[in-house]
Design a protein around this ligand. Structure first.
Ligand code: PAF
Length: 283
């Protein structure tokens, strides 16, 4: 489509953005770990509407994977990703090496604090410290006006928004709704790891969340989702919980809150999938 520039050097990336900004142009940034799909496509589309220039990064960040996690097997397909980005109005595809992102090898890491230790953080210790560390580093290199994140990774989005707020950063975080397959499964790079049988079983996740929407209270919503997931062979619950959307604190099961975000993580075979739904209960 447009003249895409591929950049691997952090210094060159920063220089390009400085040049755009000196011409009065705004910059939107879509950080990714590659294996791009239509979920990323929605982020990129919104980025092109928001700003004069769009940067997409692809960097599989070792800091956010724990020992024994899928860093080595995380899906990587450089050719397909490049083709995907070329099809949209992206100005720069930033694909740095580990040394370009962490030049000294011992950068100060960001602590995600107590919220970073719950849910995804409890199952994946250190994960959110790694996410915030790389996001902060990428923000320093790209200096965007806008940065776009998907609502599927609700806890990540909450923590990035909190970091930006607490730092008084001028970057506007733009949340984008989850993109789903026709059967409702949230698009995720990890879906490619599912066998056909596992993919069919994973359909229970959006079905359970749809059922939760029709319940009158949080406890009924949690019960409905757990029951649907438990009843599906090959699907193992990691957690199903309700959180306060403003604080990400877990809500008591008997909470009569009028709003909650129902969050869940399950294993389908060896693949871990997450999803969430904002629920409104009649008062
Ligand atoms: O959501 C992701 O793909 C990653 O966590 C991110 C934000 C690109 C940081 O590595």
């Amino acid at each position: 489509m447009s003249g895409l520039t591929i950049v691997t050097s952090s210094a060159q990336m920063s220089d390009i953005v400085a040049r755009w900004k000196s011409q009065g142009e705004s910059v939107a940034f879509v950080p990714t770990m590659g294996s791009l799909h239509e979920g990323h496509g929605a982020l990129i589309q919104r980025a092109t509407e928001l700003a004069d220039r769009v940067v997409v990064s692809i960097f599989v960040n070792p800091l956010q994977f724990g020992k024994g996690e899928d860093f080595d097997s995380y899906p990587r397909d450089r050719e397909a990703d490049e083709a995907f980005v070329r099809n949209s109005a992206v100005d720069v595809l930033f694909m740095p090496s580990v040394d370009e992102v962490y030049p000294s090898g011992q950068e100060t890491t960001v602590s995600a604090g107590p919220v970073g230790e719950r849910f995804e953080g409890a199952s994946r210790p250190g994960h959110f410290d790694g996410v915030l560390t790389v996001v902060k580093r990428l923000f320093a290199i790209v200096s965007p006006d806008f940065a776009l994140f998907g609502r599927k990774d609700a806890q990540q989005l909450f923590l990035v928004e909190s970091m930006v707020r607490s730092e008084g950063s001028p970057i506007t975080i733009v949340p984008i709704d989850t993109v789903r397959a026709p059967d409702g499964l949230a698009l995720s790079s990890r879906n490619t790891n599912l066998s056909a049988d596992e993919r069919a079983r994973a359909r229970v996740i959006p079905e359970a969340l749809n059922e939760a929407e029709a319940t009158p209270t949080l406890s009924a919503a949690l019960a409905a989702v757990r029951q649907r997931l438990h009843a599906t062979p090959g699907v193992v619950i990691d957690y199903v919980a309700g959180v306060d959307p403003d604080t990400y604190r877990e809500l008591d099961e008997g909470s009569l809150a009028s709003e909650a975000t129902l969050i869940l993580a399950v294993r389908v075979g060896n693949t871990r999938l997450i999803d969430n739904r904002r629920l409104h209960f009649p008062q």
